[in-house]
Design a binder for this molecule. Structure first.
Ligand code: PAF
Length: 282
């Protein structure tokens, strides 16, 4: 596996590669990332991953400073997963003109809801860095995990509006046996908090299973009280949205449409997110 710190060195090495699968990451890799590499490995001659903790997507500078960095372990995991090349740039390499920018991506209202509402500027930063990374790697396909479903919608919009010829491959969320979605943030939870964290998935599953048996508002209220509040979990949002444009649904569910349920909640100061489809997936 080759590691490149500059765009030029990476592009020189990629020069003749046409069939590239790309997995962008911020490091602190877990089984979820490994599964993305494994999926890309099945479909591409060359698999490239990036490790870059992107400052422009952190609206809270403290969060950026606290972001876990373990490059040696990450490189080992990528090597074991069969990755061919890793792009490991510095902030100055990605943003040679500095991190301020006048470019504004039209994200079609996606940044006004859920994660966007809670973390102003976050999705502009995500769109910007993924745009720069795609420009450096020029992959045929980009592999992303469904846990960050809103991020996928944002990146899909950016790829379409910027007319980038890369296809998005959305991969299933990888979960612990308890149901907790794998996330780099889970390593900040102590044993007790970890045992509570499975309630996020339980709340989502409850609404999915009961969706035909009660009004949506009642179900959401019950899920929030029983699974989250009563376990000392601080809910930021628990809501159902249309899958295609993330419009929030407060009333009735139409059996012909595709919905997802989303949650963001904090346990002992660690903010976690998750989502599942309300329909049966293949
Ligand atoms: O999901 C992430 O790890 C990041 O948001 C991404 C897509 C690598 C962009 O920095």
């Amino acid at each position: 596996m080759q590691v490149f710190e500059t765009r030029l060195a990476l592009q020189t090495a990629l020069n003749t590669s046409e069939n590239i699968g790309f997995v962008p990451t911020m490091g602190a890799l877990h089984q979820g990332h490994v599964s993305l590499i494994a999926e890309a490995r099945k479909n591409h001659k060359t698999v490239v991953a990036s490790i870059f903790v992107n400052p422009t997507q952190f609206n809270n500078p403290e969060d950026f400073k606290k972001y876990p960095i373990d490059t040696e372990k990450d490189l080992e995991k990528l090597r074991d997963a069969g990755c061919d090349m890793v792009f490991l740039p510095s902030v100055a390499e990605i943003y040679p003109q500095g991190t301020d920018s006048n470019k504004h991506y039209d994200l079609q209202g996606l940044e006004a809801v859920m994660e966007g509402k809670m973390r102003p500027g976050h999705f502009q930063g995500v769109a910007r860095v993924v745009h720069l990374l795609l420009d450096a790697v020029k992959p045929k396909k980009l592999y992303l995990g469904e846990k960050d479903f809103q991020q996928i919608c944002v990146i899909k919009t950016m790829v379409e509006t910027e007319k980038i010829g890369t296809e998005l491959v959305v991969c299933k969320t990888i979960r612990e046996i308890s149901g907790l979605a794998m996330s780099s943030r889970n390593r900040r939870l102590d044993e007790f908090s970890l045992s509570l964290a499975k309630n996020l998935y339980a709340a989502l599953q409850y609404v999915k299973q009961e969706q035909k048996n009660a009004h949506l508002a009642e179900l959401l209220h019950h899920a929030q009280t029983f699974f989250l509040k009563n376990n000392g979990i601080d809910t930021e949002y628990l809501q159902v949205c249309l899958e295609n444009d993330l419009t929030k649904i407060v009333d009735k569910l139409d059996g012909h449409k595709k919905y997802r349920i989303f949650v963001a909640a904090s346990i002992a100061g660690v903010r976690l997110i998750d989502n599942i489809a309300l329909y049966d997936e293949k």
